[in-house]
Design a protein around this ligand. Structure first.
Ligand code: GLC
Length: 422
């Protein structure tokens, strides 16, 4: 069981699904948000993109409409990515959106929309900075290869700048839900900085990629091979396979791939932050909109399986049979469970093989079994199957529409008379 914070931060456990937005000058080069580090552009050319940044179609309400429609409960926005370009009106560098043709504080507009809608706002802030003269770029990962003429590398001084910017972010844009630090390459440690953030934004949640231990961990594009998280977790994943920022010729994950990873992370007790990279004009790619609609429709149909539930895969998570003769183990199905009182949810995140699943070692018959995706009732039996002839009868759920519903993740709701594991 994950230990809760026992304070205002416990909203974390109710906000399960969020929208991550990577947006900055890199949307114009339309290749990857790290185009500078990954080598295909020079800094002096990249920095000229500021003169082209003019997202006349940016409408924060359109983003929020889509997020809300998908069942998302918060948004996390890149205020400053590794390139150092700031999407808000900051006093501490001119390399910001106010100096672009657009000339408006993007973050202020987003924050206003979020507060009007009562939609929690989280901010992403990169530790490395490829523009600021004090950041010691030394060619480590996520860094430029060295200082340029006129730079004055000085980590302490750089973090004074960070502290000033963080103060702006924490005081000018209303209530914040989370601060998402990214890649502490220089391994700068100053727990005072997180304490400072908490003093300015009581109740804020801070991730584990910054200058001090945070509140939660952040696996990225990764689904751990486990059945439950031991600590608070927010996994992040992009819809595009190659980039977080807008990529003109992006290769997109299948909706089903995302649903499978999302179902597994959520069933393990983690939260899921799903990313889009808006285009230079501020709108989202048609592929992103279509995926969020599809994934959202699926999520809304099954989300009760994550509400006030706890991971319960200790009850059953695999149907495996020892083959007499060869000695092989035949793994038939893998799934995860969540549970609330006397209701158990079965997450078939891993392509069920047949029209039935066997929930070994459970042998209790539920009073009702529903396929949440469609609300159709399924048959349940506790009986001996031939493969188990020397074993015992187990709970078997039948008539799964596996051939009809192969482009989604099925979640089953099992209602019992009484709590089944106490
Ligand atoms: C990575 C990347 C970055 C992206 C982030 C999202 O650390 O450097 O580009 O913003 O992950 O979690």
């Amino acid at each position: 069981m994950i230990a809760k914070f026992q304070d205002e931060r416990d909203v974390f456990f109710d906000r399960r699904f969020g929208l991550f937005v990577h947006w900055g000058l890199y949307s114009i080069s339309a290749w990857h948000e790290q185009i500078l580090w990954r080598g295909s552009m020079r800094r002096k050319d990249y920095e000229q993109l500021i003169h082209q940044f003019n997202p006349t179609k940016f409408d924060p309400y359109a983003w929020l409409d889509l997020a809300e429609k998908a069942g998302m409960q918060y948004i996390c926005f890149t205020t400053k990515h590794h390139d150092g370009f700031c999407m808000w009106d900051t006093e501490y560098t001119d390399y910001n959106v106010m100096h672009s043709p657009y000339g408006q504080d993007i973050l202020a507009r987003l924050a206003e929309a979020c507060h009007k809608r009562n939609f929690p706002l989280s901010l992403y802030y990169s530790c490395p900075d490829w523009h600021h003269p004090n950041y010691p770029n030394q060619g480590r990962h996520h860094e430029m290869f060295g200082p340029r003429a006129g730079d004055e590398p000085n980590l302490e001084k750089y973090y004074e700048f960070v502290r000033n910017q963080i103060r702006e972010l924490c005081t000018k844009y209303g209530k914040l839900y989370q601060l998402f630090w990214d890649v502490n390459v220089a391994e700068y440690q100053d727990p005072g900085l997180n304490a400072y953030i908490r003093s300015l934004q009581p109740g804020i949640l801070i991730n584990d990629r910054g200058p001090g231990p945070g509140d939660y961990s952040t696996p990225e594009r990764h689904v751990p091979d486990a059945s439950a998280f031991a600590k608070p977790t927010e996994a992040c994943q992009a819809l595009g396979r190659e980039s977080w920022g807008f990529k003109e010729d992006e290769d997109y994950y299948s909706d089903k791939f995302i649903m499978q990873s999302m179902d597994k992370i959520l069933a393990m007790g983690g939260n899921y932050l799903l990313n889009v990279g808006p285009k230079p004009d501020g709108t989202l790619a048609a592929e992103n909109i279509a995926s969020l609609e599809k994934i959202g429709t699926w999520y809304l149909s099954i989300k009760e399986a994550f509400e006030q539930t706890t991971p319960a895969s200790y009850l059953s998570q695999k149907d495996e049979i020892l083959m007499e003769g060869s000695g092989n183990r035949m793994v038939r199905d893998q799934f995860l469970l969540t549970k609330r009182d006397n209701v158990v949810y079965v997450h078939l995140y891993n392509n069920p093989q047949s029209t039935a699943i066997v929930l070994k070692p459970s042998a209790t018959l539920p009073t009702k079994v529903t396929l949440l995706n469609t609300n159709q009732e399924l048959e349940a039996r506790v009986d001996l199957i031939p493969w188990h002839w020397k074993d015992k009868p187990y709970l078997r759920i039948r008539n799964l529409p596996v051939n009809e519903m192969h482009d989604t993740v099925m979640v089953l709701k099992l209602e019992f008379d009484e709590s089944i594991n106490e």
